[in-house]
Structures are given as structure tokens and as C-alpha cells.
Design a protein around this ligand. Sequence first.
Ligand code: NAD
Length: 355
Amino acid sequence: MRVVTIRTVGGEYEVHIGPGVRRSTRTLLPAGARRAAVVTQEGIGIDLDIDLESRTFLLPQGEAAKSMVCVEELCSGFAEWGLGRSDVVVAVGGGVVSDVAGFAAAVYMRGVAYLNVATTLLAQVDAAIGGKTGVNLAEGKNLVGAFWQPTAVVCDTDALSTLPPRAWTSGRGEVAKCVFLGGLLGLSRDELADYERSWLTGLSVEEQIFRCVSVKAAAVSSDERESDVRALLNYGHTLAHALEGLFLVRDDADVLHHGEAVAIGLMFAARLAHRLGRIDAERVEFHREVLEHFALASEIPSGLRAAELVSFMRRDKKARHDLTFVLDGPRGVELVRAVPESEVLATLADMGCSR
Ligand SMILES: NC(=O)c1ccc[n+]([C@@H]2O[C@H](COP(=O)([O-])OP(=O)(O)OC[C@H]3O[C@@H](n4cnc5c(N)ncnc54)[C@H](O)[C@@H]3O)[C@@H](O)[C@H]2O)c1
């Protein structure tokens, strides 16, 4: 088992990674809890031995579950059952479950403890860690939420054996992002080059998860709330969120899953950085190589208008009414504000969007 400690202003918690670690879940529950509200989805079927009186609450599938309605239904269910302030919510699932159950835990009785048993690759490398919880609005993704840290995160690699192929692909999008974030680990320039290359050497899934969690721990620990360091975790995400937002309002969220959109966003960020003179063509090529290594598509779906995507990008939470991106450059990946709209539109057009 590998353990990564996440340090936040409110305290610290552990992420347990490895085969069979879900069996240690009962040891990670908060002392004093008598009841556990297990929030999950049909078809996940992870057996837990949590040694508390428990009740299961099922969420619907997909982004539809990330709604205020589902949060209200969950909280009503908790109240009806009698879940108390000292009890615990246990989220068993992917990013959808941890986002919704975490948000419900954050607001139910002004906050009850919750524990994440992450069962998708994406949740194990990213969504279950760091305390960002929330739901969507019709106007866009993750527009309502709270920072609410779990008491622990369990990443059992055995749980991934039943994962559908698309969930693997989506998870690999977030893994690919971490290849470029070694700077957060404090590596020197020479070490960084070796670190990035080492990702392409066939690492075990457990090692990949450990590395991603370590990157996330470094960012979250230095900067729990969103500011410049934590924002680096959003590499590839400005376009990804725009794509997801656009398909969400079209009621077609299944076109691109989160990590698939991030993969496209990574390619876009590399091409934009190149256009802005921040990186050379070889570096763009390395991005392509990484995406190919992880079997990720990097093309923007056809038929999209650049201007429409830009209007979604302006709503990005990193932006302050300007166009803000996380971009690679001579000092590594960093936050770049006030990127000219003309450069963004031109990069999108280069990638096949209509003007
Ligand atoms: N809060 C954060 O920091 C953060 C970070 C990244 C992504 N997210 C959010 O995460 C969500 C995506 O998460 P996801 O990719 O895990 O998708 P998901 O939660 O929708 O899970 C994908 C599918 O796999 C199923 N599943 C889960 N575990 C399984 C298992 N072990 N075996 C079989 N099936 C299983 C789920 O029921 C679902 O049908 C998005 O809403 C995204 O916005 C949040």
C-alpha cells in the first residue's frame, strides 16, 4: 500500500492506494460516528466492511446526478433516516458520486464528515482528493459547490477491474495532465525532463495513481483554495470545461467525458502556448506523444464554433472577466492571464472549429 498525506489548513488526511485497500476503510472512519450514509450508484457494487449502521443512497448516472435536486433529495434522505452531526457520509464511486456526496456532506447540518472510496481511475487520481465538491447548473459545470475535505480517501486498484472502457479513457486524460505538472514536486529542470519521460515507460497503475496523488497533494497542500498554485491542476481544463459546458447545455453531456475533454484541452493548451511563442514545436510534439501513449484523442469534435467556445471560456472560474489559461512555457506550466482573444480563436480554428 502507498500512502500520501494531504495537508490543508483545516488538518490533514491520508490517501491509501493499492490492491485491496478498501478493506481498511473501517479504520479510517471518524471516531464517534454511529451511522454511515453510503452514497453510490447502481452497478458499482464495491463491498465495504464498515462496521457501522449503514444505509445506501443511490444516485442517477452521469452529469444528471450533479444537480441541486439530487443534493436536496440526498439531504432529505439523510434527515429522514436520522443521520446526525457526528455521523459520516461514505461516497463510493467515481467523480460524480464524490462531487455530489461531498457537497451534500458539506451542506447537510452545515457540514458532516465524509470519506471517499474512489472507484474510477479519474476519482482515484483527481476527483476524490482535494476537497472540491459541487454540482452543475443549466448555465455550466460545477457552478455551485463548496470546499469540503474528506476525512480520508481510499483508492483500491482492485476496484478498477470492473471499470467500463470509457471510464478508463477518461481517467487517463487526468493522468496525462500530471505528466506536465512535475514542477509542483519541486524537481530541478534536469530531473523534470527525466520525470516526464519516465511516464512513457509503462508504469503500473498503482504507480501512476501514486504520482498523480502526489502532484495533487503538493498543489492542494500549498494552496487549498483556488489561487495560482492550485490552478495549475487545471492544465488543459479551460477548453475542457468549455467543451463540457457546451455539450451540457445541448443536453448531450455523453459526447465527451471529463478526462476525454481534458486530453483535447491539453493539446489545445500546447498549441496556444506555441502560438504565443512560449514553447517550441518539439514541445507541442511531446504533448502529442503523451496523449498517444495514453491512447487519448486530441481533436476537437467537428461542427463547433470557436466564438461559442470562447464565450464558455470567459465563464471559467480562473478568469477575472478575461481569458485565463494554464500554459506551458520556459518556466514550466503557469497561469497566464489576459490572453488575446484573437490568438485563442486562431488556435481553435487551427484545430478545426469554424470562426
Ligand atoms: N472535484 C474534483 O476535484 C473533480 C476533478 C475532476 C473531475 N471531477 C468530476 O468528476 C466527474 C467524472 O468522474 P468519473 O470520470 O469518475 O465518472 P463517473 O463518476 O460518472 O463514473 C463513470 C461510470 O463508471 C461507473 N463506475 C464507477 N466505478 C465503477 C467500478 N469500479 N466498476 C464499474 N463501474 C463503475 C459509474 O457508475 C459511472 O457509470 C465529472 O463530473 C467531473 O466534473 C471532479
